[in-house]
Every structure is written in C-alpha cells, then in structure tokens.
Design a protein around this ligand. Structure first.
Ligand code: G16
Length: 537
C-alpha cells in the first residue's frame, strides 16, 4: 500500500557543488530527507519499471535515510532497487553500478570529506544514467520542486535487512542487496596490470580514514594485490569517521604525511576521503599535489592496460594548475578547462572528448566511471611505478625536468561569515576591469576575469565560476567560494607559479609574492579579519 504524507517545503534545499549537504540535525527534521528524495523522483522521468541504485559512505543517518529512500522509490514506480550491503557504496562504485545495471540513476548518501556524526554533516546526491552527478539543469529543477512540494509518497513497509545479500519485495519493487566491492574490484582488475603490481613488491600505507574505502582497499590492495596485512589503516567505516575529517590532505592525513617524511616510510603513502572519490599520494619524502598528480598520471597512463591506446583528451577544473595542459600539448591532444565540480566532466567523457580528468581538490578519474575515483588513482600510480621501476620522487623529478613545474598551493579561509565573503567577491569582481597592467611587487597583471564556461557538447553556459588573475609569465591567482560547506562560507585562494627550469625550490617560498599579491588584490585580511588561512594544501 502506498501512503501519502502531507508536507510543506523547506526553503534551503538547493544542491551545491555536489548534491545537498547539511548538518545531520537539519536532515533529521521530520520530512526533510523525504521532501528532497521525493523532489528528485518528481523531477526525473522514466521511473516506471526502471532500476535505481542506492548506497552511501556509512556516515551517521546513512541507514535511516536508505530505508526511507527505498520506500519512496518503490512508491515512485522503480521496479528494482539495488543497494550496497550495509548501505555501503563508495561514490565511484555507485557510479560503476549505475552503468553496469543500466539503471536510470542512483542516490548517493554522503557529505564526502566533511566530518560525520550527530553534530556533523550528511548529504544526498542524485546521479544520472551515465553514472555521473546530475547536471545543473536537473539540480535546478529538483530545487524548484523542493520549493513547491506538498506531499511525499512511500510504500507502507517495515525496514528491510540491509546486511544480507539477496532480494526482498517492497510494494511492487524488488530490493536487491549486493556486495558493494565485487563489481568495482573486477573493473580495477581489467584496467590495471595486477600481476606487474604484485611482482614489483612495493610497500605502501593506505589510510582509509575510517570511511568508505576500507572494504575496497582491504579487498583490492591486501587480498588481490598481496600488499602486507596492515597496509590498510583505519579500514573500518565508522558513522563518525572516528571523530576525524575524512579529508585526505596534509592537515587531516597528518599521520600519513609524517610517516612518509620519516625514516620508516614505505614506497607509497595514499589516502582517500569519506565517499572514496578523492585521493592523496605521497612518496617517500615527496608529496605530490593533486594538480601534479593529474599531469603525471596523464603523461604515463599508457603504461596501464586500460589506457594503452593513449588518451583522447585531458580535462581539468579551472582552479587546477596548468601542469596537465603541458602534457596534453606534448601528446597533441585537447585540454579542457571546466568549472569546479565533477558534473562538468560528464559530457566530455560521454562524448569521447576526454579520457582523464582531474581537480586540485584531490580528485582524479577517467572514463571508466563518471565520478572521480580515489582508489583508481592509487592503482594507476602503482601501475606506473611498477612499469617504470621509479620511485614517486624520481617520477616527479623526471616529469618536472621534461615539462617544468607549476608550483601550487590552495589557501582556505573557513567559516567566514557569508556576508563578508560575498562582499569580498563582489568588490573583487567590481575591480576586474581596472586590474590589467597593475603591478604587485614584481608581478604585472595580464588579464583578470570571472570564469564562464560554455560546454562544447550542449552549448550550456555556466557563469561566475571564480575570479582569475593571470600575471605575465603564467603565474596566477584564482578566488572562489566553496560550494560544499555546510556552515558560513569558505574562501578558497589558489596560487600558481610556473617555472621551466627552477624545479627544485620550496613551494611556500616560490609562492610568497603571489600570496602577498592575493591579499592586496582582494583585501582578504580586511574583509575576513583573518591574517592567515586555516588550511594550506
Ligand atoms: C565536490 C565535487 C568536486 C569539486 C569539489 C569542490 O567534491 O565533487 O568536483 O572539486 O566538490 O569543492 P568546493 O566547492 O568546496 O571547492 P566532493 O569530494 O566534496 O564531492
């Protein structure tokens, strides 16, 4: 039986860079998750008889929202609902499952790298049939629907057992509980040379950050690739991630960083985030920035079986450094620059214009799914190290010797009052026309603009995607506000300097002048009251 539940709209259900992310206590309000899930289903077409995938990163509220979403999906007409056992699916594994099962789409429950627990964050994202995040025209329609919704419908049924593989009937829908790891592991085995990785006998520390990649990493790294037991650390997904931020950067993966800089470092240190789509790569005494990692993976991808025929193109988000562009140039393939957000890569991948994509925010991936993929990046690194016999450090040095180096850092000012952050961006946008020709120390502004993107496949235009200040000699500053936070605003300032020959300098020293120019241009201290960033990555 389908029961109708009267409701009223919540005004704040606008999806951000990657779905709707809010505090758990916001999501726990009666009707809050239900309204959003129903709004998704009200907007998408073709539900009758279709398949839907549901899974999440195991954070607090995951199981409860999955049970509700199953009942609403069954009432909406889906014939089959495929759910990861225990409610677990990493974001890339969910993307793979959507594609494999030819599903209409999927619900991914995650707030990614944001912390979890009763006082922390939760999120819901809808992915479409290609396995990728819904494009803006769908998320806009979902938001519009949330503003008008007055009823949600659910099959009147009890909670189902999420922990046992098999099928259960919920109304007219069949709910299938599946192994969250098996299909994904099989895909990785097709893309990469597992025997070569095994034979290289590399040592590694992989920090799953008590988040979703634990079960995937245990299976692939320790069971399939024979890395020593204990290679995977923090490998059990916990609802509160053990009280940590599951964000694989130098602040939140500090223990891994310290290990890799110390005398007992293994060959490779790696980590992934809450939902398994981000990655961190550190060699012995060598941190690789995500922008460099993209460039190095692209330059060497042909060494892995899945990419032996070469790449069709390389795409990066605008704030990501231009290191990958230099690789594309040398390979004679196109380079694409998109706004921040993986959803912008989907069309390029579907159209066969790009094979590898990446972002400064620690995301790298390829056309094997339509999400960024943390373990995929780790495995491609391992495949390249095995094929070349080089260390991470040697590979990085050789890369810079060939292409030059894009020194790069991101400064985050977190929890800034939204009004103050908006004022900073508005003032900056107002100054853009006056900046070309202006000098800041030794730096001369060449161009300054507010990035707008026209999708080459469907002509859709996305404006106001971040302010770019380009200096003579290819140095650059980008300013934008985060689209994934759940309280206040986060100002992100991206600093970049290209050097063709001086490739072995200290990043902080190389970016000092540019950082000073960023404050002078945007008035960061004046607007935010902060004299240093909270996080530098
Ligand atoms: C999400 C998107 C990424 C994007 C990132 C940027 O990552 O999926 O494509 O680069 O947000 O975040 P912000 O707007 O805060 O700079 P994730 O890992 O949070 O899903």
């Amino acid at each position: 039986m389908i029961r109708e539940h009267q409701t009223t709209p919540f005004p704040d259900q606008k999806p951000g860079t990657s779905g709707l992310r809010k505090k758990v206590r916001v999501f726990s309000q009666p009707n809050y998750a239900e309204n959003f899930v129903q709004s998704v289903f009200d907007v998408i077409e073709g539900k009758q008889g279709a398949t839907l995938v549901i899974g999440g990163d195991g954070r607090f509220l995951n199981r409860e929202v999955i049970q509700v979403a199953i009942r609403i999906a069954a009432a909406a007409g889906f014939a089959r609902i495929v759910v990861g056992r225990g409610g677990i699916l990493s974001t890339p594994a969910a993307s793979n499952l959507i594609r494999l099962r030819r599903a209409l789409g999927g619900l991914i429950l995650s707030a990614s790298h944001n912390p979890g627990g009763p006082e922390e964050d939760f999120g819901i994202k809808y992915n479409i049939a290609n396995g990728g995040p819904a494009p803006e025209k769908i998320t806009d329609a979902i938001y519009a629907r949330t503003r008008a919704i007055d009823v949600w419908r659910a099959v009147d049924a009890a909670d189902i057992d999420l922990d046992t593989d098999g099928e259960t009937q919920v109304g007219d829908a069949t709910v299938e509980i599946v192994d969250p790891v098996a299909d994904y592991a099989a895909l990785m085995e097709r893309l990469f040379d597992f025997p070569a990785i095994r034979a290289a006998k590399l040592t590694m520390a992989f920090d799953a950050m008590s988040a979703v990649t634990g079960p995937y990493a245990h299976e692939i790294l320790e069971n399939c690739l024979s890395f020593a037991p204990g290679t995977v650390r923090n490998g059990t997904p916990l609802p509160d991630f053990g009280g940590h931020h599951p964000d694989p950067n130098l602040v939140h993966a500090r223990a891994l960083y310290d290990l890799m800089m110390g005398p007992d470092a293994p060959d490779v240190g790696a980590a992934s985030d809450g939902d398994g789509d981000r990655n961190l790569i550190i060699g012995r005494a060598r941190f690789v920035t995500p922008s460099d990692s993209l460039a190095m993976l692209a330059a060497n991808a042909h060494l892995a079986p899945g990419y032996k025929d070469g790449l069709k193109g390389i795409a990066r988000s605008m704030p990501t450094s231009a290191a990958a562009d230099r690789v594309a140039e040398r390979l004679g393939i196109p380079a694409y620059e998109t706004p921040t957000g993986w959803k912008f890569f989907g069309n390029l991948l579907d159209a066969g214009l790009a094979t590898i994509c990446g972002e400064e925010s620690a995301g790298t991936g390829s056309d094997h799914v339509r999400e960024k993929d943390g373990l995929w990046a780790v495995l491609l690194w391992l495949n390249i190290l095995a094929a070349t016999g080089k260390s991470v450090d040697q590979l990085a040095r050789d890369h810079w010797a060939t292409y030059g180096r894009n020194y790069y850092a991101r400064h985050d000012y977190e929890g800034v009052e939204s009004d103050r952050a908006d004022a900073l961006m508005a003032e900056l946008r107002g100054r853009l026309a006056t900046l070309p020709g202006a000098r800041f120390g030794d730096l001369t502004v060449e161009t300054a603009d507010d990035f707008a993107y026209t999708d080459p496949t469907d002509g859709s235009v996305s404006e106001h995607q971040g302010v770019r200040i380009l200096f003579a000699g290819s140095s650059r500053i980008v300013f934008r506000l985060s689209g994934t936070g759940t309280s206040g605003a986060t100002l992100r300032v991206y600093l970049e300097r290209y050097e063709a020959e001086r490739v072995d300098e200290d990043t902080t020293a190389m970016l000092g002048q540019i950082a000073a120019a960023a404050d002078e241009i945007a008035g960061i201290v004046r607007h935010t009251g902060r004299d240093h960033p909270d996080v530098v990555t």
